[in-house]
Design a protein around this ligand. Structure first.
Ligand code: PLP
Ligand code: 3DJ
Length: 397
């Protein structure tokens, strides 16, 4: 049984702040600074180049990958970390396309995160084989799954609204038509109970800086179903994906299984932060987490709707159809979010009118949700967002 009161004590949360932006950047685990300092001083400082072998730096991507794999229901030995999620999207899509050489359509939804769309289009352009990226309305994806679709590439949880695709149903529908699936779990890993094996998903990718709390710039992950891993040659043939990197052979030979999805040098200091963050996850039951997120999310929706009639729910009301965030719409969304942040309720804004609030049970409880909704009510009732300082457009993150 996960003790969420206990996990809350494991994070550094600034006094007076209700942090509802863990869906963009998770907070600092209290154990991370010492773990990073250890990697800096006792490993890099003391061992110098020896760190690669003595401190296990070289093997960490797959060890850390396995710990993430548990959180998304991936088979052991099928997940590795490194690079950014944009790169992992590119790798996964390229591998999936290579497994369907006679098909030319990549099906996605038009609400997908821009980098997924850009990376897909740039890959298709580079391949120069006449592939088409077909972006349809999210609710119409299944209708467009024809025999010509090579890959269904989706982000499971929509970054703006939190709408959740049916990963099992769409994967089964894709397979029925002979297509493969690439799932971006950026807003799913550490947010809901994902079951890669159970859904039969072919490729899963995601980031570790959001719900997994590994810090800004933390490495991404990729999981590849075991039947696919060795069937394609990597599009990004980096030396650390080679079968024998330290043989320094001039010609590339792909490494075994998931190893071939590694590219270059692993980010050792970021891996130290990831390792500390994953210690917290080791004791967490994902089903309990999802249930708690649903309860807190429902409370948040009910309280905001009762207190702030001008805010319109943009997320699915049924928790089974959303991830672990709740979004509301308002034409003054930008200044409202600035006023909230000034008042210690940190969410974020997504154009044109979305106020986004991450619901993260590892460090948020019912009292936080009530405090946040009281402050939202005050901002709305006093129109604090009319202050010029909140209307002045600054950089959006
Ligand atoms: C669904 C999704 N995919 C990809 C990314 C970004 O990937 P990267 O880590 O390469 O910046 C984000 C957020 O930044 C995202 O929300
Ligand atoms: N990755 C980010 C970054 O490097 C800077 C600022 C924000 C982000 C984000 O993660 C944005 C996020 N993917 C979103 O859902 O909008």
């Amino acid at each position: 049984m996960t003790d969420f009161a206990e996990t809350k004590t494991l994070f550094h949360l600034p006094e007076g702040v209700v942090y509802l932006d863990g869906n963009s950047l998770g907070p600092l685990p209290k154990s991370a600074p010492a773990r990073i300092a250890q990697a800096v001083e006792a490993e890099w400082g003391a061992e110098l180049i020896g760190g690669w072998t003595k401190c296990g730096w070289m093997d960490q991507p797959t060890a850390l990958g396995d710990r993430i794999g548990r959180l998304i229901g991936a088979a052991p030995g099928t997940t590795t970390i490194g690079d950014t999620l944009s790169i992992k999207v590119f790798q996964a899509l390229s591998a999936a396309l290579a497994l369907r050489p006679d098909r030319r359509i990549v099906l996605t939804d038009m609400g997908n995160f821009p980098t997924d769309l850009y990376m897909a289009q740039s890959l298709l352009d580079a391949l120069g084989q006449g592939h088409v990226l077909k972006a349809v309305a999210p609710e119409e994806v299944a209708d467009h799954l024809g025999e010509d679709v090579a890959v269904l590439m989706l982000t499971q949880v929509d970054y703006r609204t939190g709408r959740r695709h049916d990963m099992a149903g769409l994967t089964a529908a894709a397979h029925e038509k002979g297509a493969l699936t690439v799932w971006d779990l950026a807003h799913s890993a550490g947010a809901i109970a994902v079951n890669m094996i159970g859904t039969g998903a072919d490729f899963c990718v995601g980031c570790t800086y959001k719900f997994l709390n590994a810090g800004p710039g933390a490495p991404a992950f990729i999981s590849v179903a075991p039947q696919h891993a060795e069937k394609t040659e990597p599009i990004l043939a980096g030396w650390l994906g080679h079968a024998a990197p330290f043989a320094f052979e001039p010609a590339y030979r792909a490494g075994l299984g998931i190893e071939r999805f590694r590219v270059g040098t692993p980010p050792v200091l970021q891996m130290a932060a990831l390792d500390a963050a994953l210690d917290i996850w080791d004791g967490v039951d994902l089903a309990a987490l999802e249930e708690k997120a649903a309860t807190l999310g429902n409370l948040f929706i009910n309280e905001v709707e009762a207190r702030c009639p001008d805010l319109t729910l943009a997320s699915p009301r049924d928790a089974r159809h959303r991830g672990s965030q709740v979004s509301f719409r308002h034409p003054d969304g930008y200044p409202i979010m600035q006023a909230l942040i000034a008042d210690g309720v940190v969410g974020d804004f997504r154009a044109p009118d979305i106020l986004r609030f991450g619901i993260t049970p590892l460090y948020l409880d019912e009292a936080d949700i009530r405090t946040a909704t009281e402050r939202i009510e005050t901002v709305m009732k006093t129109r604090a967002y009319d202050l010029p300082e909140h209307r002045e457009v600054k950089a959006v993150t």
